[in-house]
Design a binder for this molecule. Structure first.
Ligand code: SAH
Length: 463
């Protein structure tokens, strides 16, 4: 059975369609967010953020946070899926921030997203961000233009390799070069640029682990050097004025858990936050009870692919598989959830399209699916709109936390090679840190908030 919303309307369609901000987050340093983007993030009901946005930048906002990026271990959101997700939330009357690394209109696909919004008659605005080239330039002291040296600059992409352009500007910045640096440099050389032209590769610009490599075009073309994403290449003679010891590299990097004490003044330190107040993942007791008591439910309703993925992970952990779900009506709220269900061999009984405004309860009712006992796996904040609509159809709804927003993105460990000092705010934070790092290199200076924390640090790291 397929349930498509089509042109159906419902009494509960909100009067005002939501509002969408397409906003730039800047290149990494959280302080490079604009005041306007910050205001939008505070207003937001939902934040959809991509790979280049550091999740810890979003910790303080109350909005539901949805990661739309790419990870090696999972299939990624396609652009049209992201467009649909933005539209779906907006049509529910929500304020949505679509937050992108850098600037939304520089290799950011912001143009495609507003196209979809226009088609759906949804109001939006665009908030510019500091693009990676500007961040890299300022944080490495490589000017993009300079009197008598460079009077023009171009932003290009190193992807795809067969379309690399080499404009006739004094300075060129290439984005998306991690796997194509050599192709880019070959293209530049083929265009007739001198082998002595200076090149800089800037990795992780404006982040604690920023790294810069410089040399001539000839040197770089000979060098077998791996470049790690995100990185860009700057080409031009302003680089010869580059000083390895620039203002950003001179600052000490201090990793702090919790609030940093005042002694780490911004003039001397870059504070790298270590998130230790992490909410625990699923409610394991509830998960066990629901899976063991799965027979008491008549329907499983999945709101997104994460709900599907984590629910099945726990199902398998409890020694069960899809056969134990045979008696259930299984619903997917959108295409990403139904695609994920297929991975587990399940064709959902009903699939609600992204355009469905609000009438989930009504749609179920029309399909004779009212009065169900619904298990609703999802994140820590129950989507009350969806739960409420499901209840409208006379169903009982049991929300079940199977994952925590953002948690799956936070496992990114800190690269201690770039850290000069660590400050532990509490014993809990020491323990949390120990889960990710077995040892602390002796060159790193460690300080702690109090005696209890100090004792825990000595116990766990035995310095
Ligand atoms: N809209 C973004 C660019 C997105 S394309 C912006 O305006 O910056 C992704 C590319 O941006 C990456 O492949 C890399 O080339 C570049 N990039 C983004 N953040 C970066 C960073 N912190 N350091 C270096 N390059 C970065």
């Amino acid at each position: 059975m397929q349930m498509m919303s089509g042109s159906q309307t419902s009494a509960s369609v909100p009067e005002r369609k939501g509002y969408v901000y397409i906003a730039g987050a800047g290149p990494g340093d959280p302080e490079l967010l604009t005041l306007k983007a910050e205001r939008a993030l505070r207003e937001a009901d939902v934040i959809l953020f991509d790979d280049l946005v550091l999740p810890q930048m979003l910790d303080t906002y109350k909005a539901e946070k949805i990661y739309t990026g790419k990870r090696k271990d999972s299939h990624h959101f396609e652009q049209d899926e992201i467009n649909q997700e933005i539209v779906r939330h907006a049509l529910l009357g929500r304020t949505v921030v679509r937050l992108k690394g850098g600037d939304p209109f520089i290799f950011g696909r912001g143009g495609e997203e507003i196209d979809t919004l226009r088609q759906h008659g949804i109001d939006y605005e665009i908030i510019p961000g500091i693009t990676a080239a500007h961040g890299a330039s300022a944080y490495t002291e490589i000017p993009l233009t300079l009197r008598k040296v460079s009077s023009s600059v171009a932003f290009c992409t190193g992807h795809p390799v067969n379309k690399i352009q080499v404009p006739d500007t004094d300075t060129i910045v290439y984005y998306m070069v991690a796997s194509t640096v050599h192709d880019v440099l070959d293209a530049v050389a083929a265009k007739g640029r001198s082998g002595k032209t200076m090149v800089a590769v800037v990795q992780n610009a404006t982040r604690y682990n920023q790294q810069t490599f410089t040399g001539t075009l000839d040197e770089f073309r000979k060098r077998e050097k791996a470049v790690y994403s995100p990185a860009l290449v700057i080409i031009g003679d302003t680089i010869s004025l580059f000083i390895a010891e620039n203002w950003y590299s001179r600052k000490k990097k201090v990793l702090t858990t919790g609030e940093a004490p005042k002694k780490f003044v911004p003039a001397d330190y870059i504070t790298v936050p270590f998130p230790c107040q992490q909410v625990a993942g699923a409610d394991l007791g509830a998960v066990k009870a629901c899976i063991e008591g799965i027979d008491q439910f008549s329907m499983l309703f999945f709101q997104n692919r994460f709900a599907v993925r984590y629910f099945f992970r726990y199902l398998f952990e409890h020694g069960r598989d899809v056969r134990h779900l045979a008696h259930l009506v299984i619903c997917a709220a959108n295409r990403s959830a139904s695609t994920e269900l297929l991975e587990y061999g399940i064709i959902p009984d009903c699939r609600l399209e992204a355009e469905t405004p609000t009438s989930i309860g009504e749609l179920l009712h029309n399909q004779g699916l009212a009065g169900q006992r619904i298990l609703l796996p999802g994140a820590e904040h129950v989507d009350e709109l969806v739960a409420g609509q499901l209840r409208e159809g006379g169903s009982q709804v049991t929300p079940l936390v199977v994952y925590v927003h953002g948690a799956q993105d936070r496992v990114e460990t800190i690269d201690l090679d770039f850290i000069d000092e660590i400050y532990f705010a509490s014993a809990e934070c020491v323990r949390k840190f120990r889960e990710l790092h077995d040892a602390i290199p002796s060159r790193i200076n460690v300080s702690t908030a109090d005696e209890r924390t100090e004792r825990e640090y000595h116990t766990l790291f035995a310095p």
